[in-house]
Design a protein around this ligand. Structure first.
Ligand code: ATP
Length: 298
């Protein structure tokens, strides 16, 4: 990582340290007070729970890590516009409540994914690492339901869901990390086949055992793991499950709006400084090789 210089009113000054998307992300503490971290690289995360359960807060925490990770790029989709709006300056793309823009963005990401697979094939490799020419892309979506069940018509909703499914299913190895939040990921919001592909799932408080199972996977409530047992006054608490593991009770760390604004400003300055030094967020790829960056919108 180059030495960064941030320009401000007092002149140039060395900028501070950054994180890496290849590092595990700090999520919060478990019921014993131990740190909980989750690796995001090569994985995707689904966040569910009733309104006010703390989904957007967790999404912001993960996006904060990604924004501070200068080795990754951000694509943000936010049907409500304001939940992830503070990170706009750090993102390559910010999609508000515009389903057409969301679909075009997922199509561009699909092109990136295909190009990256062609690139890996060229070099005889199977997944991206920190040493590769292209950077992981974190795709954060707040309220999938807006794009998959509310806006547009059935055809465009299905197209959105199909594109998202493809990204979640195939994006991992090429560094595309999808983190998506929704109140209730039932089959009318996202197809079950898509839901089951998320390696990490976080169920904030849910109003019923069925809703909790919809996030965590069928049968966990019967085994005593239901986020329905979480107090409605305990926002940010939820059950976190990893692929093949058992749920874990977690209280997520919380960043206030002011914290997010400060971190976003710092991250944006660092990213600007990196760009100004000629380390473009997307390193150039020789034309003879398949392109690995985000293509222009059609
Ligand atoms: N980890 C946390 N610790 C403490 N308070 C939290 C935490 N997470 C969320 N909260 C509180 O809960 C409120 C609601 O959180 P948040 O907006 O993330 O909920 P949500 O599940 O996204 O709701 P909605 O579905 O309506 O968007 C926050 O404004 C904050 O006050």
């Amino acid at each position: 990582m180059p030495t960064l210089v941030a320009s401000g009113p007092a002149g140039d000054m060395p900028a501070g340290p950054a994180l890496s998307i290849f590092d595990p992300v700090f999520i919060g503490i478990d019921e014993f007070g131990h740190r909980v971290t989750t690796p995001l690289i090569y994985r995707n995360m689904l966040i569910g729970g009733e309104p006010g359960a703390g989904k957007s807060a967790l999404l912001n925490l993960l996006v904060a890590h990604a924004a501070l990770s200068l080795d990754c790029r951000l694509c943000l989709l936010d049907g409500k516009r304001v939940e992830l709006g503070q990170w706009r300056r750090c993102a390559d793309v910010f999609v508000g409540p515009d389903q057409g823009h969301a679909i075009r963005t997922l199509q561009r990401l699909q092109t990136v994914m295909d190009n990256r697979y062609a690139y890996l094939e060229w070099f005889g490799e199977r997944k991206v690492g920190p040493v590769h020419d292209f950077q992981p892309i974190v795709v954060a979506i707040d309220e999938i339901a807006y794009f998959s069940a509310t806006a547009g018509d059935k055809k465009t909703q299905e197209l959105f869901a199909a594109l998202l499914r493809d990204l979640v299913a195939r994006g991992r190895a090429v560094g595309i990390i999808v983190i998506a939040a929704t109140q209730r990921p039932s089959s009318d919001i996202i197809p079950t086949s898509l839901r089951d592909l998320f390696a990490w799932r976080f169920a904030g408080r849910c109003t019923t055992d069925v809703s909790s199972d919809i996030v965590l996977g069928h049968g966990w409530a019967n085994k005593g793991w239901s986020s329905n047992t979480i107090s409605p006054n305990n926002q940010g608490a939820g059950l976190l499950i990893a692929e093949g593991g058992s749920p874990q009770l977690v209280k997520t760390a919380y960043l206030t709006d002011t914290d997010c604004a400060r971190i976003a400003a710092y991250a944006a300055t660092m990213r600007d400084a990196l760009r100004a030094e000629g380390h473009a967020a997307a390193p150039a790829v020789p034309p003879s090789k398949p392109a690995a960056g985000l293509p222009e919108a059609a």
